[in-house]
Every structure is written in structure tokens, then in C-alpha cells.
Design a binder for this molecule. Structure first.
Ligand SMILES: [Zn+2]
Ligand SMILES: [Zn+2]
Ligand SMILES: [Zn+2]
Length: 388
């Protein structure tokens, strides 16, 4: 894992929130525990994902995978037999070679399905996608001494915390802790701050690293589901890097003289940017299409600027299996200001460095533009930058 880079606290003068101390009586590892134990991700005991009973969402997706075999490429009619006794399914969808998605109209039906006998009978496992019920953020400049379990005990937030993971790096054989820690919360919006020993830490959106396949070296899938041939990450040859005998470095993605996994590869840089932007778009659109979370309002001022992100699609997006085709993201448009019920205050959006960069880029483009900046023109540029 790598820490996120850059971005300091903006010094925003938000009023401290009421923080609830969670009741925690869970076992902490011994103080003398090894770095492996100390920095091992900490998960709240006995936590199980579920949809809230009173949720007003319109769709409740569940992912289904085979325990012993990949079910994504099976005949839909064959798969339908598995679910013939399950009530409340409104849609079934193939996601990739490994998994399918089953959508329910009601939370209780979706939750019940997780323990349905058809799963065991057919060697299937089912789970709620994390993005439907959880959000992960990062906090920075956290002392390196505290273990994840200790941090979990001390952290206070408006939302329930279910996981704490310290970012670490490996130096030789040693695990070295970093000062960035990821925190996972229940809900579909991130709290703005958490408190640690009464110190306020800003919560940044966590974007998972870009996936790169170690078999074919392409992006956005892993070797587990890869159906391509081996490509050497050193010389681009048709063999695994483990069998490479070439002295020449040639990236199979861009042809440059670096490893295909190099973070300096221009193709990888471009892919990472796209991945971050797509991920954030997906997160925001899930939030605004989820009615469980009412519009945030800025208590201290009447002049809060509001944005609404309108989405055309359902909260959970199709995951593309093809290597070449882009991840499907909702088409978003931005309107300002508005009183739409799907409203977020700018507080929510300005937390995000990438979002801000896109706004800044838009302003620069407009300032340098010779065109008359009509509303339509401004909107076009903004949308173009936000969806790129
Ligand atoms: Zn691959
Ligand atoms: Zn090679
Ligand atoms: Zn390259």
C-alpha cells in the first residue's frame, strides 16, 4: 500500500461535531506484539454487512460467486435454477467471469438472501458489495506507535467505524509503518473529521490502487480472472517475468525502457488518473442516488453553494471484464445552484483534491478561452473535465 500524497488540511472552520464514544470491549493484542500483528488490519468483531431495514433505497444488490468454480460465464438459464426458490429478485446481471449480481427491491429480502439455503446447496457465496453500505477514508499524520487495534479503540466519529488499516511499506524484510491510516465507516457518506485523543483529523476519500494484472500486465483486472497469455513485465516477451533471461527492459504497454509495473510508465499514469476519476464519480453518484442520506446543510451560513450530481444509472455499476473497454461510469451533469433533493453542499465535494483540480482546470480553461462564456459553454467544459 502507498500513502496518498499531497493535500493539507484546508483550515476549514467547521464547528466540532458531537462525537459519540463507541462502546468497545474488544480484545486488544498484547502491547509487545510484532509489527505484523500491530499493523495488521483491524476489523470490528462480529460486524456483518447488512442493509438497514428502514432504508429507502430502490435497489439492494447482492454479489454472488461460486466457491469452487467461476460462475460468471455460465448459462443464465442454468444459473436461474439456483435461485428459483428465492423471493424478491428483480434483476440478475453478469459482472465478470467470477461473479454475478442479484438485485432485490427490498432490504429485508436482500439480507435474508445472504443466509438462503440455495447458496449452500449450490456452493455459492453471497455478499453485499462494500460500496453499497460502507465508505473508506484516510487520515494523515497519525503517530506510528499506535497499533490498528489501539487506533480503533481511540477513534471517535459521527459514523460507526468497522475497520482500521495502517499503511505500511516493506523495506527489505521489515514492515515500516507510515503515518497514513485508512478508516472504514458504515454508511454511504464519509464523515468530514474523526477525533483521536481530541485531535481533529480530516478524512480524505480513499481511492483503491489501480489494478494491474501480473499475468498480461494490462489494467483493471487481476491474474485470477485473466484469460490472456503471459506477458513478461521486463522484456514484453511471451513468458512470465520469472522465466525472463533478457537484459533489455521494454514495457509491453508503452514500449518504454522500464518495467511494465513502473509507476513512471506514461500509460500507467494515464490509467491511474482515469481510475481515480471514475472511482470518485462512482462514489459520488452512489451517494446522491441513495435516499438514506438526506442532503447536508451548512448550518452556519445561508449562502451555502450547492451542487447536484444527477445520475442516469443505478448505484452499482457494471464492472467490465474486457481489458480494452473503459469501466462504465454514470453520465453526470452538474447544476448550480439548485434545491433538488439530491443535494450536496460544497463541504462534501471540496474534500476531494481530484474534484477540486478539475474545477480549477475548468476555471483556467474558461479564463484562457476566447469564446463568450455562455452558461452552456461553461457547463460543457465543466462536464467534460468532470467525466474525463
Ligand atoms: Zn491479465
Ligand atoms: Zn522477459
Ligand atoms: Zn510503460
Amino acid at each position: 500500500m502507498e500513502p496518498e500524497s499531497g493535500g493539507d488540511d484546508d483550515g476549514c472552520m467547521a464547528t466540532p461535531r458531537t462525537t459519540k464514544k463507541r462502546k468497545i470491549k474488544e480484545q486488544l493484542p498484547a502491547a509487545s506484539s510484532s509489527p505484523e500483528d500491530k499493523y495488521k488490519p483491524y476489523f470490528k468483531l462480529e460486524y456483518k454487512r447488512s442493509y438497514p431495514d428502514n432504508s429507502s433505497k430502490e435497489e439492494f444488490p447482492i454479489y454472488v460467486e461460486g466457491i469452487n468454480e467461476k460462475i460468471g460465464n455460465k448459462n443464465p438459464l442454468y444459473l436461474s435454477k439456483f435461485f428459483k426458490n428465492v423471493k424478491g429478485i428483480v434483476e440478475k446481471r453478469r459482472l465478470n467471469a467470477n461473479k454475478i449480481m442479484v438485485v432485490f427491491k427490498q432490504a429485508v429480502a436482500a439480507n435474508d438472501f445472504l443466509s438462503h439455503s440455495c447458496l449452500k446447496e449450490n456452493n455459492l457465496k453471497a455478499y453485499i458489495p462494500a460500496a453499497s453500505v460502507e465508505r473508506t477514508g484516510t487520515i494523515r499524520f497519525v503517530d506510528k506507535e499506535s497499533s490498528n487495534a489501539e487506533l480503533y479503540e481511540k477513534l471517535m466519529a459521527d459514523a460507526e467505524i468497522i475497520a482500521v488499516r495502517r499503511f505500511t511499506k516493506k523495506v527489505g524484510q521489515e514492515i515500516v509503518p507510515l503515518t497514513t491510516v485508512s478508516v472504514t465507516f458504515v454508511g454511504t457518506s464519509l464523515p468530514q473529521y474523526v477525533f483521536l485523543d481530541k485531535w481533529r483529523y480530516r478524512v480524505y476519500t480513499y481511492v483503491p490502487p489501480l489494478m494491474q494484472c501480473f499475468k498480461c500486465m494490462k489494467f483493471r483486472h487481476n491474474a485470477k480472472i485473466c484469460r490472456n497469455d503471459d506477458v513478461c513485465s521486463r522484456c514484453s516477451g511471451a513468458h512470465s517475468y520469472k522465466e525472463c533471461s533478457s537484459d533489455i527492459l521494454k514495457c509491453c504497454n508503452c514500449g518504454g525502457d522500464h518495467l511494465a509495473i513502473s509507476k513512471f510508465c506514461p500509460i500507467k499514469i494515464e490509467q491511474r488518473k482515469r481510475h481515480e476519476s471514475n472511482y470518485l464519480t462512482r462514489m459520488y453518484s452512489t451517494v446522491v442516488s441513495n435516499k438514506d442520506f438526506p442532503a447536508l446543510t451548512k448550518a452556519k451560513t445561508d449562502k451555502s453553494v450547492t451542487f447536484a450530481l444527477k445520475t442516469k444509472s443505478t448505484p452499482v455499476k457494471k464492472i467490465e471484464n474486457s481489458h480494452e473497454s473503459p469501466i462504465t461510469v454514470p453520465v453526470s451533469t452538474v447544476q448550480t445552484p439548485t434545491t433538488n433533493s439530491n443535494t450536496l453542499t460544497y463541504d462534501y465535494l471540496v474534500k476531494d483534491d481530484i474534484f477540486l483540480q478539475k474545477i480549477i482546470k475548468t476555471l483556467v480553461t474558461l479564463a484562457n478561452s476566447n469564446k463568450t462564456n455562455t452558461t452552456t459553454h461553461i457547463k460543457d467544459i465543466l462536464i467534460e473535465n468532470l467525466t474525463k
